[in-house]
Design a binder for this molecule. Structure first.
Ligand code: HXC
Length: 257
């Protein structure tokens, strides 16, 4: 079945996936993540694909998880929904994934980019973990992968203040591999993915696996911890206020309850 929220193609041994829900700035609803996992796993099995390219739109790679979908959920509902089971499957894709990021990569969007293996950013890219403005915390690796990548001080600033950083700042912090002009992003990202796809396929997979082992030591357990804290916050009034205020386009009034 054709995915509703993705555009998928193969170009010279590169499996290309474009997040496509432009009216919501590619907000990641659960269907979109489920579709993404299906396509990633399909490319992972396909011998004609050597590497994968994940991209979004010019204004947004993805502006985070779909807030409307989560706003009213309780902790128990979040836990039972187990949306992170799909995110875990992204981590197990064995071929390299290049993210091409233009515009907003916020919350789950930043986490999705970080779950990829290399990130190319356009000059317009903005990275951030704004969940604190919603009365929650990152839930799909934002506190863990970001800290491992940019270090404690920068991660603290981003996660605690919710402020975004520019593509240049992200480059200086080691969050992205390279920054390119907006109009060159897709061609440069495709060029990089094609280069990877031309390598010896088995060595490429094992190279990814070996680097992942070094970079992701203890990650599984730490992601689990983050998820539990994320779920817990859905039992607070502040989470309801934070997410409802976003939907109602007003400032939140947090009470610490
Ligand atoms: C649902 C979203 C959305 C989101 C944007 N939209 N982000 N809908 N979930 N995360 C919708 C808006 O409601 C709006 O719909 C349309 O997209 C355009 O957005 P605007 O806000 O009008 O655009 P703009 O003024 O340009 O502001 C862009 C923005 C802002 C700064 C990116 O949209 C924003 O702050 N978005 C939320 C970012 C965020 O908090 N992300 C973290 C989510 S929590 P209408 O219908 O009004 O046109 C998260 C947790 C991950 O990611 C946990 C693991 C899964």
């Amino acid at each position: 079945m054709e995915p509703d929220f993705l555009k998928v193609s193969i170009e010279k041994r590169v499996g290309c996936i474009r997040l496509h829900r432009p009216k919501s700035l590619n907000a990641l609803n659960r269907q979109m993540i489920a579709e993404l996992v299906v396509e990633l796993e399909r490319f992972d099995r396909d011998e004609n694909v050597g590497a994968i390219l994940l991209t979004g739109g010019e204004k947004a790679f993805a502006a985070g998880a779909d807030i409307g979908e989560m706003a009213k959920a309780t902790s128990a509902e979040m836990l039972l929904m187990d949306q992170f089971a799909d995110w875990d499957r992204i981590r197990r894709v064995s071929k390299p994934i290049v993210a091409a990021v233009s515009g907003y990569a916020l919350g789950g969007g930043c986490e999705l980019a970080m779950a990829c293996d290399l990130i190319l950013a356009s000059e317009s890219a903005k990275f951030g973990q704004p969940e604190i403005h919603l009365g929650v915390i990152p839930g799909a690796g934002g506190t863990q992968r970001l800290t491992r990548t940019v270090g404690k001080k920068r991660a603290m600033e981003m996660v605690l203040t919710g402020k975004t950083i520019s593509a240049d700042e992200a480059f200086r912090a080691g969050l992205v591999n390279r920054v390119v002009p907006v109009e060159l992003l897709e061609q440069e990202a495709l060029k990089l993915a094609k280069e990877l796809a031309s390598k010896a396929p088995i060595a490429l997979r094992l190279a990814k696996q070996a680097v992942q082992k070094a970079a992701d030591k203890g990650l599984e357990e730490d992601l689990d911890y983050e998820q539990k804290l994320f779920y817990f916050l859905f039992s607070t009034e502040d989470q309801k206020e934070g997410m409802n205020s976003f939907m109602e386009k007003r400032r939140p009034d947090f009470k610490g309850k």
